[in-house]
Design a binder for this molecule. Structure first.
Ligand code: DC
Length: 222
């Protein structure tokens, strides 16, 4: 059986992960998995249920029960298209909080590994190279300056630049300092600063890395 390839892309909010990961997946014919969308979906469900952030038991139960389906650019939670509902600043902040709960992470990491076991994937998030797929063939850490990241978010979704910058800063701090699988560059990941690079160039660089570390997109079996 042909071995599957995992391209792991981690980095802070606004580093350009989604744009780049989606294009890399298209070019390679791999499945694109946005793991942040999974944490957002659980956060949305929890907020609708009124589940408190410190109610770890119920948050974990929701994460286990959540039927999350990722299709191209659409996200489905229990059959409902929540693609837009999960993109608010409130749900972004809530996702970062529920993502700190060990049981929630365990449940979602299991679903993420199941996606990657079935086919070759480009998976983006915070802990893909360090925790979800430490054996990924290609590991990328995407970064950009705080100013550029805030500017990108404002260009995408609008808002007051100072407030958006603050929200990103708070979320990154929480994601980097939590006890469970914090945002961290894997020692064997390639660091790419996208502050002054157009997405097309970042995509080409990642495609070069994939070709170099695999047999032109096929896993090298030894
Ligand atoms: O990538 P994003 O901004 O949609 O992610 C939303 C939140 O989910 C982010 O602040 C941290 C959390 N997250 C995580 O902890 N681990 C991942 N692999 C992906 C996202």
């Amino acid at each position: 059986m042909e071995k599957r390839i995992v391209v792991a892309i981690d980095g802070p909010a606004g580093a350009g992960k989604s744009t780049v990961a989606r294009q890399v997946a298209d070019r390679m014919g791999f499945l694109y998995i946005d793991t942040g969308a999974m944490y957002r979906a659980v956060a949305l469900w929890a907020s609708r249920q009124g589940t408190a952030f410190d109610d770890h038991h119920n948050l974990t139960q929701l994460a286990i029960a959540a039927d999350i389906d990722l299709q191209a650019d659409r996200v489905f939670l229990n059959g409902e298209d929540v693609s837009r509902a999960i993109r608010t600043p409130e749900i972004a902040a809530a996702a970062s909080r529920v993502a700190a709960v060990a049981g929630v992470r365990r449940a979602l990491v299991e679903k993420q590994r199941a996606f990657g076991a079935r086919q070759s994937v480009v998976m983006e998030g915070r802990d893909i190279a360090t925790n979800v797929f430490p054996d990924a063939q290609v590991k990328i850490f995407l970064d950009a300056s705080a100013e550029v990241r805030a500017h990108r978010r404002v260009a995408e979704a609008g808002g007051d630049p100072a407030i958006v910058a603050r929200e990103i800063q708070d979320r990154d701090h929480r994601d980097r300092t939590r006890a469970e699988a914090p945002l961290l560059q894997a020692p064997d990941a390639t660091y790419l600063d996208t502050s002054h690079l157009p997405p097309a160039e970042v995509v080409e660089e990642i495609l070069r890395l994939i070709r170099a570390r695999t047999s032109n997109g096929k896993a090298v079996t030894s």
